[in-house]
Design a protein around this ligand. Structure first.
Ligand SMILES: [Zn+2]
Length: 350
């Protein structure tokens, strides 16, 4: 029999059969997929990425207070993903809905490394100063590694590529590989005024897993979007767009959204925060959009600017903390699970 099979095939059969003996029990954790939890932190951000090997990156920590509500929800997502530690926590910027939850999170679950854009630049704002100082106290314990990220860098997260595209108001200067086309959406676009808050300082990343591309720019504002996207699109197209600034203006300009042309966009809005009709319209009209998902029904959006119920993690009424979860394969196919409906929608590879 051996003589009839090419050597490689025989070796594969042998190792497969040996593998069956070695790992007799089925291994449900032997995943090949990337999992992404869009944790409901009520209009803040907290997005947990877990690679097939169980390495993890959390982008933002939600709000402070609320008896540790956001840390509890992040820990529940980590538990669901089968991890006991978060390897990297990336703080996009120093606003309470992003970094505010960091001390409670660190008290709840072990963290390896914090990544941020450096100093707080909104020193005239008491809220930003307060959450930045609390975060600095956490770093000063010496328990964590710390990285100050710069545009263009690839962060040391294994199992997926995390490339920094914006940090501390600086942006990548050259187009990413495969990007660099003239952006037709820039025509007639007017650049929004310069924003002086922490938002335009957001640490933004393009995350690549096999063929899948995911863009997360935190609360990056329209002025920076235009620099990044006009006249040349430096990002290219993406599969999944973590909607900037919870779907609030002045972020999510048409010049950016229609050029990155996401297949799926997910808004981390709250019932009363983000999900503005103007930002929502831009996404809905984006070329190639297959689905828009929202963490919450937006009161601001009303009957005309909210997605249909199956695409909403949380409906009107009392807070139930439902999340959305993306499971993605390296070929670029993925699915979105709604923890409220327990329904899953599949998206085939391009
Ligand atoms: Zn925010």
């Amino acid at each position: 029999m051996r003589g009839l099979l090419p050597k490689g095939v025989f070796a594969t059969m042998l190792s497969l059969s040996l593998g069956l003996f070695v790992d007799a029990a089925p291994a449900p954790e032997a995943r090949k997929t990337l999992q992404i939890y869009f944790v409901d932190v009520e209009g803040g951000q907290s997005t947990l990425f877990v690679t097939p090997e169980g390495r993890s990156l959390l982008i933002d920590t939600g709000w402070p207070g609320n008896n540790g509500r956001d840390a509890d929800r992040i820990a529940a997502a980590a538990k669901d993903a089968g991890i006991k530690k978060i390897d990297f926590v990336l703080i996009t910027h120093y606003h309470d809905d992003h970094v505010g939850g960091a001390p409670q999170l660190a008290a709840k679950i072990p963290v390896g490394t914090f990544i941020d854009h450096g100093e707080n630049r909104e020193t005239n704002d008491e809220g930003a100063k307060r959450v930045f100082n609390a975060y600095q106290q956490l770093l000063a314990t010496g328990k964590y590694k710390h990285i100050t990220a710069k545009p263009g860098e690839v962060l040391p997260v294994t199992g997926m590529q995390v490339r920094v595209v914006s940090a501390d108001g600086e942006l990548i200067e050259r187009p990413l590989p495969g990007a660099g086309k003239q952006n037709a959406s820039c025509e007639n676009a007017t650049k929004p005024p310069v924003d002086t808050t922490e938002n335009p300082r957001s640490l933004g990343t393009l995350i690549t897993f096999g063929k899948l591309r995911i863009l997360d720019l935190g609360d990056l504002t329209g002025d920076k979007e235009m620099e990044l996207m006009c006249p040349i699109n430096k990002i290219g197209v993406v599969d999944i767009y973590v909607v900037s600034h919870h779907g609030s203006q002045p972020s999510g300009t048409l010049a950016m959204v229609h050029a990155i042309a996401p297949r799926v966009a997910i808004i981390d809005n709250g019932a009363k925060k983000g999900g503005s009709p103007e930002a929502w319209d831009v996404i809905e009209k984006s070329p190639g959009l297959e689905s828009l998902w929202q963490l919450h029904y937006s009161e601001d959006g009303g009957s005309k600017h909210n997605v249909a119920a199956p695409f909403l993690a949380n409906l009107e009424g009392p807070d139930t903390g439902n999340y959305l979860k993306v499971t993605a394969a390296a070929d670029g196919s993925f699915e979105v699970f709604n923890s409220r409906t327990h329904e899953t929608k599949k998206y085939a590879a391009r």
